[in-house]
Design a protein around this ligand. Sequence first.
Ligand code: IMP
Ligand code: MG
Length: 176
Amino acid sequence: MGTISTLISEAEIQQKLTEMGAAITADYEGKDLLVVGVLKGAFMVMADLSRHIDLPVEFDFMAVSSYGASTQSSGVVRILKDLDQEIAGKHILIIEDIIDSGLTLSYLIKSLKVRKPASIEIATLLWKEGIQRVPIDVKYPGFSIGPEFVVGYGLDYAGKYRNLPYIGVLEGNPED
Ligand code: IMP
Ligand code: MG
């Protein structure tokens, strides 16, 4: 197994989520908020961030998968699990672990917009600076990172490392 160097510590993540949660709480005061998590990667951000949202929110999940190589998005997205509920007239906050090319999210937003929600905004823990192939407007951004492939805190390499409480970079050959 390759070694992992810490890029963003557990304490830094929790501090950032506290700030994001406070901003979300202020913005959605008095509104019906449905928080939508994108599985599997967003499960940890969702659990920790939502504990900092001091509102009576509802939760739902979507699962998507992009075809192609394990470390690059192909832009072709398949919905593996759709939302359980109607979203017409609701305020939707999509929670993501990471935005890389932006292709997954732009596809998701397009498919949700036609269902006529009152609003759709995005919260993401990480986004890769300057390499989005489609423009994505992120209202609640966490950390900007470089183009490196990261793991941990929900993010996987070949299905592993999601349980790390921090964000790390795989050094060397992960197959070793
Ligand atoms: P997209 O390129 O923005 O469509 O990214 C799609 C998905 O690729 C993300 O939701 C992640 O699941 C995955 N992904 C992108 N970059 C990384 C990374 O650095 N580590 C782990 N997964 C990633
Ligand atoms: Mg994801």
